[in-house]
Design a protein around this ligand. Sequence first.
Ligand SMILES: *Cc1c(COP(=O)(O)O)cnc(C)c1O
Length: 424
Amino acid sequence: MADKMATTPWLEAGARHVWRPYAQMKTAAPPLAVAATRGARLILEDGRELIDGIASWWTACHGYNHPHIRAAVESQLARAPHMMFGGLAHEPAYRLAARLAALLPGDLSRVFFAESGSVSVEIAMKMALQYWINKGVLGRTRFLSFLGGYHGDTLATMTVCDPDEGMHALFAGVLPPQHIAPLPRDDASEATLASLLTAHGHEIAAILVEPRVQGAGGMIFHDDQTLRRLRRLADAHDVLLIFDEIFVGFGRTGELFACEGSGVTPDIITLSKALTGGTLPLSAAIAGARVFDAFWSDDPGAALMHGPTYMGNPLACAAANASLDLFEEGAWKADVSRIEAGLRQALEPCRAAPGVVDVRVMGAIGVVEFETAVDSGALCQRFAAEGVWIRPMGKVIYLTPPFIISDAELEVLTGAVRKIVGWA
Ligand SMILES: *Cc1c(COP(=O)(O)O)cnc(C)c1O
């Protein structure tokens, strides 16, 4: 079926052929046709401009069409848009790997590139499984992850998502079951997790967690102490620790990497979303020495057998290097504090609205949580009528704007949330 109310010729022609994400195609409202992007704005085909409250799924941290990133991609496009990564090397990827290693905490320094977040998590999981195989330890075939977690939509990453969010029921019997537990937020839950690890540690390859904020699972926060508990437990039970910073990495929580303040270094970290400043698809699974050393061998069988076709794409790496230049310039830090203050002040009144159970802010993430799930599609349309692009999920209406958003634009976003929350 074509989407109803398509108003633009290409939209009408393509609507019967495009299968849209997370959509019941029969009933979903038609998508908004976007002609161009600029700064913190989406410019629609009908001429309206929407202020983007979610930075295109948390990617466009420096805003859209940033001139520095654009110039870097254009110049790389003229030089070499793509080449295979097997047996060939190019400057953008090698430079990016060295820069990421310098920025990341601890000894996280061996960068394996891929094209999407889910695939980088799959690679991190594969590294963890093979780490134990290479060490001659058998039976470490499962993972421990957390309620409220989200790590991707591919088959292996679905198994480590929250069971309710992650479609476990639908694919029961197809996907291998993992251990999924509450986060160790206090001594009692740490003790529960410790006994789980005592009983099952011998079959667990790694613990997998999104540090500080569980994003797609509902923007649920936890503290640095939780991460320190996880490191302690992982060490005590000799399992690897993987941090999935695909959402929180690159400044979103106020630190360049969300785990920084905890003093905890994971054995593997995954990055994607804001890695290229929202310009091109790119991800990375980055291992520390402990993991990499287990693959360093005269035995070809101990190698990591993985290599996505578009791995380390030069355009994407050029965009990521340009995005890192912008992070090095440092304005993001003050911007995130400014947005944090703006969100705190402007969202606070939502606490009194009917059905609202919590309002919380961390860095450039503002969340209004309801008691029950909200009607995301209907709310999207209401928000668009207010001149903003906000796409609630589950029980939360949230804002994760580009860091370059102006105070005036941020006020439009928060004003729309206050207005709609009164209605929701
Ligand atoms: C978005 C996300 C993923 C999946 O990334 P894709 O690029 O959509 O495959 C994995 N983990 C976290 C924490 C994410 O936010």
